[in-house]
Design a protein around this ligand. Structure first.
Ligand SMILES: Nc1ncnc2c1ncn2[C@@H]1O[C@H](COP(=O)(O)OP(=O)(O)OP(=O)(O)O)[C@@H](O)[C@H]1O
Ligand SMILES: [Mg+2]
Length: 398
């Protein structure tokens, strides 16, 4: 199929159409449409044929049995045929070289549905182009009493290709962002472990040696004992910092005990740090989940709580995590000022975008909504793999 919209622009009939509409030149008669013109004294008229000829895409009038009653210049130009070669012919044969309706022809469905308009987008193998094919029933009837349809076909290949490119590049971006996230997660896990094990253990050993040493100073060296005691206190502080840093990077509880315990731990920490009343519940009370989903939900929860303390002005937060046979749901609600609609859709809201992306990558979704003065709710739903797969994962990773 050639490109109808481009060809028809050059059609001489199309260019002639406006001139032929003047009332003086085209006296009214049956089959014409009256249109208000620029010169009000001279209302001008267009015939249906004029309009069809001017359209830059394929237009035909067809009966219920796919017979062509009329075809505009775009169709004739594409086929290289005269009207008398087309009128009365079987449309699938003329257009597609087929003895039966084209697989995506919307006419069959329109007739089946008692004369409803039907529009479809489909790939035409013959021309290797995407087309939008539509049929609209007219009030007129053909000689056998059947409906007549206004049938349009336009080339939408450019749009389809652009859509496809957009989808591909969006999928690539999602893959890339997920890849970067997992690299970041691995680095955090490694750093958390090293800080905790290497630094933490060295500090503990140092503290132990120092206590041993201070116990052996002769009594007259009071000042030395005092100094070692304060050194021990400093080491205690450093050990606490190491623990905090390592937990912030990646809490061991997430890997050791699983998502539910990690969320309870996070809720307690958050409440202690911010003095915002925080409750966390899980249903069932405890359940296991694979590492990928656990990490995603935990990080989403972390970002949501950071948002609460930074933006919500809330006094309480509720976290609920639920696992059913086919999905896991995380819901976080606060009683703060309520997120504004504009912020939810803001393309620079990278925290919110990150939550949606994490969920989307796992086939789920994250929805956020707010009511002014009442609070904000974040609901994340992530589907679970089929039973056998999820059992296998449950055993492996907790
Ligand atoms: N719980 C909430 N209550 C009220 N407003 C919120 C809440 N969560 C987010 N918002 C609003 O949505 C905006 C976007 O949040 P988002 O997390 O994407 O960005 P941010 O927190 O401002 O910055 P960052 O990129 O560091 O996360 C916030 O700036 C804030 O205005
Ligand atoms: Mg944020």
């Amino acid at each position: 199929m050639k490109r109808p919209d481009r060809e028809q622009k050059e059609s001489p009939e199309a260019e002639k159409a406006p001139e032929a509409t003047c009332a003086e030149q085209c006296p009214s008669g049956s089959g014409s449409v009256e249109v208000g013109g620029r010169c009000d004294a001279a209302k001008f008229e267009l015939t249906v044929t004029d309009i069809l000829e001017a359209l830059p895409f394929y237009v035909m009038l067809v009966d219920e049995h796919h017979h062509i009653l009329q075809a505009n210049g775009a169709v004739r130009g594409y086929l290289g045929l005269e009207p008398h070669d087309i009128v009365g012919e079987y449309c699938p044969k003329v257009i597609h070289g087929l003895d039966e309706p084209w697989y995506a022809c919307p006419l069959e469905e329109a007739v089946e549905r008692g004369g409803e308009p039907v529009e479809r987008e489909a790939f035409d193998e013959k021309s290797a182009r995407w087309v939008r094919s539509a049929v609209y029933p007219l009030a007129s009837r053909s000689q056998d009493g059947g409906r007549i349809y206004f049938h349009t076909v336009s080339d939408i290949t450019d749009r389809k290709e652009a859509e496809e490119q957009l989808l591909t590049s969006r999928a690539q971006l999602r893959e890339l962002s997920q890849h970067l996230e997992s690299v970041r997660e691995e680095e955090r896990t490694k750093m958390a472990r090293e800080i905790h094990d290497e630094l933490g253990q060295s500090l503990t050993a140092l503290k132990f040696d120092l206590s041993w040493l201070s116990g052996r100073f002769p009594e007259e060296l009071d000042r030395l004992s005092e100094r070692t005691r304060s050194m021990c206190e400093l080491i205690d502080g450093a050990i606490q910092t190491v623990k905090r840093l390592s937990a912030e990077l990646r809490p061991g509880v997430l890997d050791d005990l699983g998502l539910v315990d990690a969320i309870h731990w996070q809720a307690q920490e958050f409440s202690r740090r911010t003095e915002i009343k925080t409750t966390s519940t899980a249903f069932p009370e405890d359940f296991s989940l694979d590492r990928e989903r656990s990490t995603a939900l935990f990080r989403i929860c972390q970002e949501a709580l950071t948002n609460v303390v930074r933006h919500a002005e809330a006094t309480s937060v509720k976290i609920r995590v639920t696992k059913t046979s086919n999905r896991v749901i995380l819901k976080i609600s606060d009683n703060g000022i309520g997120i504004h609609e504009d912020r939810i859709l803001d393309p620079r809201a990278f925290g919110l975008i990150g939550m949606r992306e994490r969920a989307a990558f796992l086939g789920g979704e994250a929805m956020i909504s707010g009511v002014v003065g009442k609070g904000t709710v974040l609901a994340v739903r992530i589907p679970l793999p089929r039973r056998e797969e999820s059992d296998a994962e449950d055993i492996d990773c907790r």
